[in-house]
Write a new protein. Structure first.
Length: 353
């Protein structure tokens, strides 16, 4: 197997929360031309620091995925295409990027996305080791091995799963739970005929990408109407997440936790409240952790200024419920009992204060 730095073990005292300041995209104000809040990842981390959940030296520093890493999934032809600024402009939906020299595009746009992709790959192994992991970025679910789009230039979800299958013993089945407002057509195309991967996808049926071919890969399809609200949404998520995990027993759950389902999102077209999003994440974590299945969460889409606060609130909520603890699980085979988790999190809290 080829070498990769992405699977080196972080210090044992770290939270399995992966981030790097390199995630954030800033160049000459051009990022403001996209509805994306290109600094949202850093804001999530700042909220978690303010709440004293984490400190810089307690989180795992993401490393950039190299070409060698990316070639585990991507074709050389696709990676070469990213050397054309106009291709990157099309994928990221920031038209002026087409007029920038490619070395600027590589440094200011693609390097942050490659670092987030490295973060998702790292978080995959961390989740298996610790029972859970969160990459504060990633979730580029419209990108497949040979095609990007919808702000997604690298297929980080596919990569994380392929890395686990190839390099971590005992991981041979994965479930993707994709709750971003958009259909996750990238990973769907990548795993189209792969019986090792079970995909559940809940999305607004009327918006981008409307990829009919990719839909054939979805085992549990939850197509939502415009303006779907909390009650209906949470009931559907609960039913189908439980159903998915009962139907197929995975070794890892990859949870694409897009916040673009938020009421008022210009692109998502759904009407979920901030509390509804926090509750939704709780439903997924409870379902996975109660079955002893490791869960890897990525943050994906979310295009409003208040998004970062909601992601942070959700992580704080999961922690307060004992669903996230810093210690490794007592034994990797059985999941720790809930009171053990509650004791751990109380201990974590007293260590923090």
């Amino acid at each position: 197997p080829h070498r990769t730095e992405l699977y080196e073990d972080p210090p044992p005292g770290c939270w399995p929360i992966v981030y790097s300041p390199d995630y954030n995209i800033t160049f000459m104000g051009l990022e403001k031309l996209h509805p994306f809040d290109a600094g949202k990842w850093g804001k999530v981390i700042n909220f978690l620091k303010e709440e004293k959940l984490i400190a810089d030296d307690l989180i795992v520093q993401a490393r950039e995925a190299t070409d060698e890493d990316l070639l585990v999934v991507h074709t050389r032809r696709y990676l070469n295409k990213l050397k054309w600024s106009f291709v990157v402009a099309t994928i990221t939906e920031i038209p002026p990027v087409a007029f920038l020299p490619n070395f600027v595009v590589q440094r200011k746009v693609l390097k942050p996305l490659r670092t987030q992709t490295g973060g998702t790959i790292m978080a995959g192994k961390l989740a298996v080791d610790r029972g859970w992991a969160i990459n504060v970025g990633g979730g580029f679910h419209h990108c497949s091995s040979d095609k990007g789009g919808g702000f997604c230039a690298y297929a980080d979800i596919t990569l994380a799963i392929k890395f686990l299958f190839e390099r971590v013993q005992g991981v041979s089945r994965a479930t993707i739970i994709d709750l971003d407002a958009h259909q996750g057509n990238g990973h769907e195309r990548d795993f189209m005929d792969d019986p090792r991967v079970y995909i559940m996808d809940a999305y607004n049926r009327y918006i981008y990408p409307g990829d009919g071919f990719a839909k054939r890969a979805i085992k549990r399809k939850v197509e939502l109407e415009w303006g779907t609200e909390d009650t209906e949404y949470l009931q559907k998520v609960q039913t189908h997440v439980e159903g998915a995990l009962n139907e197929f027993k995975p070794d890892i759950v990859v949870y694409n936790a897009g916040t673009d389902v938020l009421d008022g999102d210009p692109l998502g077209g759904l009407a979920i409240s901030p509390q509804g999003i926090v509750k939704r994440d709780e439903v997924v974590f409870r379902a996975a952790r109660s079955r002893g299945v490791p869960v890897l969460m990525v943050t994906s889409g979310g295009y409003q200024k208040r998004t970062a606060r909601i992601i942070a609130d959700s992580i704080l909520n999961l922690h307060s419920l004992g669903l996230l603890s810093r210690e490794r699980p007592a034994c990797a085979l059985g999941s720790p009992s809930l009171d053990q988790m509650v004791r751990d999190s109380a201990k974590d809290f007293s260590n923090l204060s």
